[in-house]
Design a protein around this ligand. Structure first.
Ligand SMILES: [Zn+2]
Length: 195
């Protein structure tokens, strides 16, 4: 017998609260040099999974915020089925994450900013319109300004620090100089051979 679960319909204030939690996750990604995207999984009014983009930090192409949050929620529920769960994510999910949302049977998806280059909900592809086995209700635009601002600021800072480091040629020359200095230093401090 399956147990009936009360589905609590989130209010606009709830959407904002959970998106703020996703934004806090995005901030963690930015602090580690990863593109700031954050996600949380909510069930019956409780956050059961959190995640931020870890691609650069772990050098793992699949560790998008949504995947990390989905995995944590599954561990918490001891189930791969995330029925009656809502995923909040700061950026429109890509094709891989849309697939993971479908595979994990997440019921509802709320995202902030759209992704014109890789978004797979409404920007590049409309994955959830495909005639598949599972339906996902999705909504966009919750705190969209804040969600896109954190991305804009991240790329702006990255451009500035790249500029400060100089052109690729200048960076290469600086790295070679540093390497040569190290070699010279090492040869000076090399222990003398005993006769
Ligand atoms: Zn993704």
């Amino acid at each position: 017998m399956t147990q009936a679960v009360d589905i609590i319909q989130p209010t606009d204030a709830d959407h904002m609260r959970y998106m703020q939690a996703a934004l806090r996750e995005a901030k963690k990604a930015a602090d580690c040099g990863d593109v700031p995207v954050g996600a949380v999984v909510v069930r019956e009014g409780r956050i059961i999974g959190r995640g931020h983009n870890l691609r650069e930090q772990r050098q793992d192409a699949v560790l998008h915020a949504e995947i990390v949050a989905i995995r944590q929620a599954s561990r918490k529920l001891r189930s791969w089925r995330l029925d009656n769960c809502t995923l909040y994510v700061t950026l429109e999910p890509c094709l891989m994450c849309s697939g993971a949302i479908l595979q994990s049977r997440i019921s509802q998806l709320i995202f902030g900013a759209t992704d014109a280059k890789a978004g797979a909900c409404c920007s590049v592809v409309r994955s959830f319109d495909l005639p598949l086995h599972h339906t996902v209700n999705w909504q966009q635009g919750v705190m969209a300004d804040e969600c896109s601002r954190i991305l804009r600021d991240f790329f702006k800072n990255k451009r500035i620090s790249k500029k400060q480091l100089g052109t690729r040629g200048q960076r290469k020359t600086a790295a070679l100089d540093k390497y040569q200095q190290r070699i010279q230093l090492a040869s000076k401090t090399e222990p003398q051979k005993r006769d």
